[in-house]
Write a protein that binds this ligand. Structure first.
Ligand code: AVJ
Length: 326
């Protein structure tokens, strides 16, 4: 352990329950006519690592664009949030939080507590250790939880700036987007602020390139889902039998990722007592990544009882950050 290691507190709410959640979700997904598995299961240690690599790819514009907006917006956001908890939902690597902490300034660090929330304990621990090296005065309380289920496990005894970046909200279906915003809104006090990143609708070629990178990292990330299922549920998916597919669904305004069986394939999922047959060309739907318009965001946040305080864009309007209050 390094000299700061002891200062990081990690509360793991998933140790016993995550396994059964994936079993339930996989059972539902693999007995459905369009087979599917929720995209949150991408993020084991390996998946979190691969996603981190995706963020640096030349084709993957969202991270870079959101960071460029944050570079301008973070100082103003932090000035209007002088003390309290900075809660980051789906924290992953430390790329973004550092922009907020740097904007606050070294002298002010002791006025904040950083509360990263993630499903991957290894990714959270690694990131927290690194952060403590860089910002020794910062208090860090890591929460291992599935924030789509357990908003109530997130501390609410201080004023909060809740960060939900990267357009992770786009991975939810429309009902979940609405329910999730409502659940956060219900949980917020008057001084709390909620900063949400939305990836915006843009030309198809740009979108499809971002999810079909030339180096094949997104393909590896997608196929890692099969590793997760093999490990967590004693399944026997063969990765070489599947190919990565990603396309923009114009009507539904979302990028869809699937894993397509190259030939007819029979898979056994031992822990579910389930034998799954995939026809040649049949897909497992692994992710939706919704792309938003301004009017859709406005309607959605209003329906959740949230009020827009600020709205930040990049010059091309490819990505946006909305600061919300109740
Ligand atoms: C971080 C979940 C928003 O949907 O763009 C990246 C995940 N999937 N490449 C996204 C992802 C494929 C990413 N999110």
């Amino acid at each position: 352990m390094n000299s700061h290691g002891a200062c990081i507190e990690v509360r793991n709410y998933l140790r016993k329950s995550f396994g059964s959640a994936i079993a339930q979700d996989a059972f539902r997904g693999f007995t459905s006519s369009q087979k599917f598995i929720p995209s949150k299961y991408f993020y084991d240690a390996q998946g979190s690592q691969l996603f981190d690599e995706i963020c640096c790819l030349p084709e993957y514009y969202p991270t870079r664009t959101e960071m460029s907006i944050l570079r301008h917006a973070a100082p103003k956001i932090m000035r209007s949030f002088p003390r309290g908890d900075i809660v980051e939902l789906g924290s992953g690597a430390n790329r973004k939080i550092r922009l907020f902490l740097d904007a606050a300034g070294k002298e002010r660090l002791s006025s904040y507590r950083y509360v990263p929330v993630d499903v991957s304990e290894s990714a959270l621990r690694e990131a927290s250790e690194e952060l403590k090296q860089l910002y020794a005065d910062l208090k860090v309380v890591g929460i291992i939880a599935d924030f789509t289920l357990h908003m109530d496990r997130i501390p609410c005894d201080n004023a909060r700036l809740i960060l939900f970046l990267g357009s992770t909200i786009g991975n939810f279906d429309e009902t979940m987007q609405r329910d999730f915003l409502r659940s956060v809104a219900r949980n917020m006090n008057g001084d709390d602020r909620f900063l949400v990143g939305f990836d915006m609708v843009k030309p198809r070629e740009t979108l499809e390139a971002a999810y079909n990178d030339a180096q094949g990292v997104t393909s590896q990330f997608n196929k890692n889902m099969l590793h997760v299922l093999n490990r967590e549920l004693n399944a026997n998916f063969q990765l070489s039998q599947f190919e990565h597919v990603a396309f923009y669904n114009t009507e539904k305004e979302r990028v869809e990722m699937h894993l397509r069986a190259k030939t007819e394939t029979v898979v056994t999922i031992d822990d579910l007592d389930l034998e799954v047959t995939l026809d040649k060309g049949e897909t497992i739907h692994t992710e939706n990544s919704c792309k938003f318009s301004r009017s859709r965001v406005e309607r959605m946040v209003a329906e959740a009882g949230l009020v827009i305080r600020e709205w930040y864009f990049d010059p091309k309007g490819w990505f946006s950050l909305v600061k919300l209050g109740v």
